[in-house]
Write a protein that binds this ligand. Structure first.
Ligand code: AMP
Length: 454
């Protein structure tokens, strides 16, 4: 099976071939013909499956094939394809893919998100933009200011729709939908299918084709999982010990809170191990910088919260450390899905203190297997230390967000993770309840090659 046999134009096949893709992934094999046919699509797939090319390539094909409208527009032209994503990082990565795959077709793309100046975006919107990749909040800011014309959108994509709902974007999405022409193609991508996603799909999609591929973020056989039991106060010391002893050069470390991420990265750096934190309270340029440094190998440790890390695709990431276990077991699976990619061996290590035994048990229930425990000599847990409630556990209510959904508040919002801006919204769990299609304990790893940013 080749890309050209899926019906894509030579210009697109050339671009993906140059990118190093030879064989379409399962989601691409199914999504590309479905989207090319012009119908709506409901796809169960998440980051790592090749979903981005799965919708980007056929959209580029269709727009390029019917390129009369904007091709010669000298000034402001209307958006023909609108791709909504939950996070800035994902928006940036998707738009990068659009540019890359579309480099031999005459279409213009733009990425739009908050946390950066609006004026350059307004400027950019004065020239031609065919494909717009945006986060919902800033998009609505533009709509409100009249700087964006959505009246001629031909294709709408909701990417990672479940995350968008988790993050409270449903009202924003509805406001956007109200601005779109009725006649259009709708593509909805979601990793899970909760009742909310089904309701959204029912209201949005017209006789959609249904596609579902194995969850790439379910633990791959290639990922070795381990738990190190350790005292709460000695986790940082143990992490530094593991990094040094094992000469780890690229470690993605997860914390539950933004504050925890900051503190840990500062402490590691003080101790001689360079680390940076990424989360929604960091400026966009700080996040981009940290990520670039980490990807290039210049920065050995990146400390991230769950949402900030989502959508980041790093080549053959060898080590993931759960400095703190997530409150929601599915987030554990997302986290460790970051390693063992590209058929490479990966290692996921969790530092678990006495407070977290219940969380670990919940995770193991989801995994349907137990994770081997290992005590590192010199870091034996002190049996006298009693479990303490986790400050940002499920039962704690966080501060309210101005635009968040009530579902978010009722679940595991945390005070430290409280919202600051629409796009930087972070939550340890926005899910009201685990979705039905959560985790398969084992699956065949999808072979995804080592290029980044799809
Ligand atoms: P995505 O799920 O869209 O985030 O893509 C995951 C990764 O797979 C990205 O690094 C893409 O560049 C890469 N990728 C997507 N499609 C293919 C393909 N057909 N062959 C090889 N790599 C791919």
């Amino acid at each position: 099976m080749s890309f050209s046999s899926l019906g894509l134009s030579e210009a697109l096949v050339r671009a993906v071939t140059e990118r190093g893709y030879t064989v379409p992934t399962p989601i691409q094999r199914q999504a590309i013909p479905a989207v090319l046919s012009g119908g709506d699509l409901l796809a169960g797939a998440q980051t790592g499956t090749g979903k981005t090319a799965g919708f980007t390539l056929p959209i580029l094909h269709r727009l390029a094939a019917n390129n009369g409208r904007n091709a010669h527009a000298g000034h402001r032209a209307s958006i023909r394809a609108l791709i909504l994503t939950p996070t800035r990082e994902l928006a940036a990565q998707v738009e990068e893919s659009v540019r890359e795959y579309g480099k031999y077709v005459n279409l213009k793309s733009m990425v739009m998100f908050g946390g950066v100046g609006i004026q350059p975006q307004i400027q950019q919107l004065r020239s031609r933009v065919d494909i717009l990749v945006a986060t919902p909040g800033r998009l609505l800011d533009h709509v409100g200011q009249g700087t964006l014309d959505l009246s001629r959108v031909e294709v709408l994509v909701l990417d990672e729709a479940d995350r968008m709902l988790d993050m409270g974007f449903i009202h924003d999405i509805k406001k956007v939908l109200a601005r779109l022409p009725r006649q259009r193609q709708n593509l909805l991508f979601s990793a899970t299918f909760s009742d909310e996603i089904r309701a959204l799909a029912d209201s949005l999609l017209n006789h959609p084709a249904l596609i579902e591929v194995a969850r790439r973020n379910a633990p791959a056989e290639a990922v070795t999982q381990r738990v190190h039991l350790v005292d709460r106060e000695r986790k940082r010391e143990l992490l530094a010990h593991l990094i040094r002893e094992n000469r780890w050069r690229q470690v993605l470390v997860f914390t539950r809170t933004k504050h925890g991420a900051n503190r840990l990265s500062e402490q590691l750096t003080k101790g001689g191990i360079s680390a940076l934190a990424i989360h929604g309270n960091k400026s966009q340029s700080a996040r981009t910088h940290a990520l670039a440094q980490f990807k290039s190998g210049a920065l050995p440790v990146l400390v991230a919260t769950d949402i900030a890390a989502r959508g980041i695709d790093i080549v053959e990431l060898p080590h993931v450390v759960n400095f703190e276990l997530p409150n929601v077991p599915e987030d554990y699976v997302h986290r460790i899905g970051r390693t063992g990619r590209a058929g490479a061996e990966g290692e996921a290590v969790s530092l678990v203190c006495v407070d977290e035994h219940k969380l670990l048990a919940d995770i193991e229930k989801v995994l349907k297997r137990s994770v081997p425990r290992e005590v590192i000599p010199g870091f034996e847990p002190d049996p006298r230390i009693q479990a303490e409630p986790i400050p940002n556990g499920r039962n704690n209510r966080g501060s309210a967000s101005s635009r968040g959904s009530s579902r978010n508040h009722a679940s595991a919002r945390t005070r430290t993770e409280s919202t600051r801006s629409l796009h930087s919204r972070e939550t340890t769990s926005g899910r009201g309840r685990p979705a039905k299609t959560t985790v398969q304990a084992s699956r065949k790893p999808v072979k995804i090659p080592t290029l980044m940013g799809g």
